[in-house]
Design a protein around this ligand. Structure first.
Ligand code: SAM
Ligand code: SF4
Length: 441
């Protein structure tokens, strides 16, 4: 790609893990709507996401909703709060909802003790009907992951794990305050496999301080020695106005837009050479991985955890900052742990923002999801007038980012990094320059 185009599209756009995106939810709790949407849950299996907002240390690049906690009592108290939220959700659902997908994210779920895990899983089992073939996944910080954590989670049916690696170079690790050796990662991967957890994802990040092509190549090549089934490759989102701890990152050490683009291309090429297929805009998976199979049979989805083979229509988010999507409405939970404690203890509803999607939102949600998952959408399937969007897309077409044939919009495979810019054209809520998002590439 020519440099003038790289700088032209070095814009800030949402990550489109939802539509409308979370800054456009309405402030306030809507208890009747929430209860009504939960009551509509019937026989169709749902998914659960549990957010664990604690880490032993904060990596200075991190944009996740987390905080430092080394006190086991704080974490146990939060685990108890989670069980109160689970019970409250259950009380609004008719019977025990079937669950086909559970994801523990964070923060670092690896901070949970055996007792915390037992408490949470026993409560989940009492209040939901977890299907025998459910996918149960956990995010893992290899630096704080004990064998006890793996064994206990395995005993409750965990069958998928996602490890944050980010970068293996000491200079980059120093700059992001994250020291994680290859051996540490290897040890956890071995323990996971010894405990029957064979579906393993690695997260890598490009665009980090002091990262050049050489550093990235080293990280990618080294990580492939451990043979994960999948990769998620994120461009570093530098958002110091939102995440104050990122202010310690020296911006002069960050790669510029051209280098970020090159890094992204280099990762794609190297990972492909190792037998991983591109999925959506930033994931890669082996031929036998369910994510790749979902892409092939057109059942891939995108939610707050990124790309997923999970095809449940309803996702219930538990814990601070979690977002639920229930029968056409989003509900975003309280962000503050103390407030969450009060709410759950008083058996109050935990969301603080929400939005119910109208017909137009639902169409645009589907279009954006298709673009993000398949890099293609056929607008003729939708009963709506998109002439304004087609006009706006002409610039992206002239720049070779997309092709438009009849009403089919296709993102060029080598331009897939810019898919979010294509989606932004369909985003009715987005006013350019209004909300501050991360970079498109
Ligand atoms: C909740 S963390 C993963 C689990 C665990 N806490 C760890 O760090 O290993 C989710 C992932 O988000 C990604 N991430 C966090 N902050 C980011 C940022 N500012 N830009 C891009 N990716 C980021 C990292 O790749 C990280 O592994
Ligand atoms: S990257 Fe993971 S371990 Fe580091 S601060 Fe973020 S959530 Fe915690």
């Amino acid at each position: 790609m020519k440099y003038n185009l790289i700088s032209k599209y070095d814009i800030r756009v949402p990550r489109y893990t939802s539509y409308p995106t979370s800054p456009h939810f309405i402030n306030g709790t809507n208890e009747p709507l929430f209860i009504n949407k939960l009551a509509q849950i019937s026989d169709e299996p749902i998914s659960l996401y549990l957010h664990i907002p604690f880490c032993k240390e904060i990596c200075s690049f991190c944009a996740c909703h987390t905080q430092i906690s080394r006190k086991s009592s704080t974490i146990s108290s939060y685990a108890l709060d989670l069980t109160n939220e689970i019970k409250q959700i259950h009380s609004h659902i008719n019977g025990k909802a079937k669950v086909q997908h559970i994801h523990f994210g964070g923060g670092s779920p690896t901070i949970l003790s055996t007792q915390d895990i037992e408490l949470i899983f026993n409560c989940l089992q009492d209040n939901f009907s977890i299907l025998g073939n459910a996918t149960v996944a956990t995010e893992i910080d290899a630096r704080t992951c004990s064998e006890d954590y793996i064994k206990t989670m395995a005993s409750y049916g965990i069958n998928r794990a996602s490890l944050g690696i980010q970068d293996f170079n000491p200079k980059v690790q120093q700059a992001i305050n994250r020291h994680q050796s290859f051996e540490m990662t290897q040890n956890v991967v071995n323990q996971l496999r010894e405990n029957g957890i064979n579906d393993i994802n690695f997260d890598l990040v490009y665009g980090l301080p002091y990262q050049g092509e050489e550093e990235l190549l080293y990280t990618v090549e080294k990580s492939t020695e451990l043979q994960p089934n999948r990769y998620a490759i994120f461009g570093y989102a530098h958002v110091p106005w939102m995440k104050k701890h990122q202010q310690v990152i020296d911006e002069t050490t960050l790669p510029n837009a051209e280098l970020r683009w090159k890094e992204c291309e280099l990762i794609s090429k190297t990972i492909a050479e190792h037998g991983y297929n591109p999925i959506g805009i930033d994931h890669y998976a082996k031929d036998d991985d369910i994510l790749y199979k979902s892409l092939k049979n057109h059942s891939l989805n995108r939610n707050f955890q990124g790309y997923t083979s999970d095809n449940s229509s309803n996702l219930i988010g538990l814990g601070v900052s979690s977002i639920s999507y229930i029968n056409g409405a989003y509900f975003a939970n309280e962000l503050d742990i103390k407030n969450y404690h009060t709410l759950t203890n008083n058996q109050e509803i935990c969301h603080k923002r929400h939005i119910e999607l109208n017909k137009d939102d639902l169409i645009r949600k589907q279009i954006i999801s298709e673009l993000m998952c398949y890099l293609e959408v056929d607008l003729s399937k939708y009963e709506a007038d998109f002439s304004t969007e087609i006009e706006l897309l002409s610039e992206l077409k002239n720049d070779g980012i997309i092709s438009i044939k009849n009403a089919i919009i296709t993102v060029s495979p080598d331009m897939r990094n810019l898919t979010r810019a294509v989606c932004a054209v369909f985003d009715k809520y987005l006013t350019r320059g209004e909300a501050k998002h991360s970079r498109a590439v």
